[in-house]
Design a protein around this ligand. Sequence first.
Ligand code: HEC
Length: 104
Amino acid sequence: MNPVPPPMESRIVRRMKILLAISTLILGLTLAAGSADANCASCHGASGAGDTPVGAAMKIPPLQGKSADAVSKHVSEAANHAQAKGKLSDDDLAAVSAFVATFK
Ligand code: HEC
C-alpha cells in the first residue's frame, strides 16, 4: 500500500523548514569563511575575546567595544595585520569590521 501523502500544509511547512535550514547553513558558512579566510578568529577567537593559544601568547586585547572604523583602520594599517588584510577585498574588510563592531 502507498503511504498516505502528508496534507498540503505540512508539506509547505516542511519545505520552509528545509529552506530555513539551508539559508542558516549558508549564512554560517559565509561568516565562518569570512573570518577563517582572513584568520581573524585564529588569533582573536570566534568571540573576539582573544581567548586562543595565539591570543594568550601574544597578549591580544579583546575586540569588544571597537567601532567598525577602528577595526578597519587597524587591519589596514597595522603591519602585523597585512597578511590578514591581503585576503580581504575592501567590501570584505568593511563587512568584517561591521561584524566585529557588534561584539559586546
Ligand atoms: C596572526 C594573528 C592575528 C590575526 C590573523 C589577526 N589579528 Fe588582530 N591582532 C593581533 C594582535 C597580536 C593584536 C595586538 C597587537 C596589535 O595591536 O596589533 C591585534 C590587534 C587587533 C586590533 C586592535 C585591538 C586593540 O584593542 O587595539 C584589531 C581591531 C584587530 N586586531 C582586528 C583584527 C581583524 C578584524 C582580523 C581579521 C581580518 C585580525 N585582527 C587578524 C593578531 C592577529
